[in-house]
Design a protein around this ligand. Sequence first.
Ligand code: SAM
Ligand code: SF4
Length: 359
Amino acid sequence: MTAIPVSIGVRAAPDSRWEETEAPGSPLIDTHGRVHRDLRISLTDRCSLRCTYCMPEQGNEWLARASILTLDEIEQVARVAAECGISTFRLTGGEPLLRADVVDVVRRLSRLTTADGAPVQVAMTTNGIRLAGLLPELVDAGLARLNISIDTLRRDRFRELTRRDRLDDVLAGIEAAAASPLRPLKLNAVAMRGVNDDELVDLVEFALRHDAELRFIEQMPLDAGHTWSRATMVTRDEILAALRKRWRLEEIPGRGGAPAERWRLGDAGTVGVIASVTAPFCGDCDRLRLTADGQLRNCLFSTSEYDLLPVLRGGVAVAERPVAIDRVLRACVRGKLPGHAINDPSFLQPARGMNAIGG
Ligand code: SAM
Ligand code: SF4
């Protein structure tokens, strides 16, 4: 392997034997046998909302603007990732649609192919604000799938929960997505006790009316304000119990590496639950994350990161960068633990909030 004359900037030293055993461009398989196929790319930590479970109302520490990856840098990393078998890129944040060049990001990434020539898929998770205006361009640029987050259909609640009065903009985004060719369409909702747990059926019905699947997410300890409490989290079993009062639920087998368990609601449609806390799915995790400031993460909850900035900006010759990026990707995969430890008394919440990790 070519020697790279620069530190790859690994913050937490992983097992270094990867260097001898894995060739550049080979699949990203970790020490527990998980093959990585999905890279979540955070385009910014900024957001048009301030959801209580994600960001504090004030005093958030923003990433330095100079550290935010450029379109070219994102593409360089994504190209190498695709060559190593990453076949889905999910753009997230923060709010990805706040990024001025978001359409160009979609266009450039959706042109990439994996090593065997298969096209990659570019998906996005968004709060829906600005979506109505941007959707035609995003579809034209190659966007394949959308998840839109909506936790309540009530305006006063929305304002309290997100600290912004923008429900109408989100609804306009969902209407536009429903009218677009992007399918399957998914709506995300974090279920919270005493906040929106009386709206679970309403949210599912709303999704069904928009030809979408509602995905409930158990609230995770990832808020920048560190206010998470197990008591306010609504569990998977509680969500299912609420839905069973309205529908006959039939489990859909064959989840693969997907985070959501899914059920058929009679013949009305489907629903999903992402039970990261009470039913972790780490054993099948195939995801990596790239933060807006160039840090690779192998888990939402990891406390170590693998820094790509020294490779992208530290003087590595352009021709040598793909191999150097490959090495950092491989180190990140090598360092992946078998699972998160939310339910362990020793659990330490990561320093970054969800908006800076990329959900
Ligand atoms: N701003 C976009 C949005 O809200 O869809 C994309 C980024 S957001 C971090 C991605 C997803 O993470 C959203 O569906 C959001 O509801 C979810 N999320 C944020 N904080 C969370 C937490 N503490 N627990 C569970 N889900 C969370
Ligand atoms: Fe913004 Fe999404 Fe976090 Fe809400 S969940 S504050 S919309 S990044």
